[in-house]
Design a protein around this ligand. Structure first.
Ligand code: G3I
Length: 363
């Protein structure tokens, strides 16, 4: 309901502005099988990527769709430690290998996501009795893990999200989000992870991947401060991933703020990557739509189009834009176990371009 009310007000504002929603109406194009592939529209700007699972690569129909639209892939979960190495001595490369082989066979790039993510927890930080291990033990385990994984995919993964979401944002946190890695090693769990990855593959681009960078100013300040510090200290941080899980109604997630953070990161001297792009249309999570109201869909098209205008303007500073999923076919479950969809991407559940796709590609 709140989504409908806010959509109504934004539609009115848009109607009386110089840039009405009708400028973003591409309904006459919907259903056209003969559209131009996303990666080709953006070929002169940056790679267009998407997060996948192994099953996408095994399906003939979906593979065809992927090859038409994307020049780069990220594994949504298959390269996470919880999947690759869930317990000491236990390795499971099947899904990751499927995605890596698909990229090798089809000439796609592959972003590695992610080597260290403290939030998810890990067997590495605890001994068999559940006590925290020493700093030496943890750093040795991290070193060995990073070495195995980075070496295995050296030929195909040229960019790694080395550390995922380390920065703090609420009252409980300082500069860094609390987790076992931080408790044991302090800030060094981050810098050492970069050193270990660099040692395993000195030619890979090493990225720090962070969420809610536009929305959360406190987190953004920490990010900028520490990236600058580490770059000056010679830590091999080469890129910052701005995840970009945006929401239509979050005003801080605006083209202006996107431009500002790009300028600040560029000044520090790191490459910028948009690593997990999508745009939810629910003002509150309980607003669930089977059919998205047309004005809400046009609002999503307008905001996405404006964000992409900024990205194109800064193409010399941005090497890739990756979406968190290949289409809206990402079923979620309510607490009651009902299936619903978030409508957050540019292709619909049948892998066809949405109105927002045409808005982003019309320039
Ligand atoms: O595959 C297992 C299944 O076998 C098991 O029965 C089931 C029981 O819970 O879990 C399934 O695994 C889940 C997996 O997604 C696949 O669906 C995990 O529990 C669940 O934790 C995992 O969630 C992923 C989450 O990261 C945590 O790894 C999401 O799919 C993935 O989209 C999300 O991605 C993150 C990025 O890595 C970092 N930035 C935020 C982004 C979105 O939240």
């Amino acid at each position: 309901m709140l989504t409908k009310i806010l959509s109504f007000f934004l539609t009115i504002i848009s109607f009386i502005s110089f840039n009405p929603l009708s400028n973003y109406d591409y309904y006459d194009k919907l259903g056209d099988e003969d559209y131009e592939g996303f990666k080709d529209v953006y070929a002169e700007y940056f790679d267009i990527g998407a997060a996948v699972g192994g099953w996408h690569c095994r399906s003939e129909k979906i593979s065809e769709y992927i090859l038409k639209n994307y020049s780069s892939l990220t594994a949504e979960n298959a390269f996470k430690q919880a999947v690759l190495n869930p317990a000491e001595g236990v390795w499971n490369f099947t899904e990751a290998d499927t995605i890596a082989d698909f990229c090798r066979q089809n000439g796609l790039k592959l972003r590695g996501h992610c080597l260290v993510w403290g939030y998810l927890g890990s067997w590495m930080t605890r001994d068999s009795e559940g006590n925290l291990v020493s700093k030496d033990v943890l750093l040795q385990r991290m070193h060995d893990y990073i070495n195995v994984v980075v070496t295995r995919y050296k030929d195909i993964v040229r960019v790694w999200d080395v550390v995922n979401e380390p920065f703090g944002y609420d009252k409980r946190d300082g500069a860094f989000k609390q987790n076992d890695f931080l408790t044991i090693c302090g800030e060094e769990y981050i810098t050492k992870a970069f050193e270990f990855a660099h040692e395993a593959d000195p030619t890979a681009v090493l990225c720090l991947n962070e969420t809610t960078v536009l929305k959360n100013q406190k987190k953004q300040n920490y990010l900028l401060k520490y990236i600058e510090k580490w770059v000056n200290e010679g830590v091999p941080v080469h890129a910052v991933g701005i995840q970009s899980h945006w929401n239509l109604f979050v005003l801080n997630e605006s083209p202006r703020r996107l431009q500002k953070v790009i300028d600040k990161l560029y000044k520090i001297g790191v490459d910028i990557q948009i690593t997990e792009c999508d745009m939810r249309i629910d003002a509150i999570p309980s607003d669930i739509f089977d059919e998205v109201p047309r004005n809400t869909e046009l609002l999503q098209s307008k905001k996405m189009s404006q964000m992409f205008e900024v990205l194109r303007k800064n193409a010399d500073k941005i090497s890739s834009v990756t979406f968190w999923g290949i289409s809206d076919n990402r079923p979620q479950k309510t607490e009651d176990g009902e299936t619903y969809y978030r409508h957050e991407l540019l292709f619909d559940r049948d892998y066809m371009p949405k109105n927002a796709y045409y808005a982003v590609c019309d320039f």
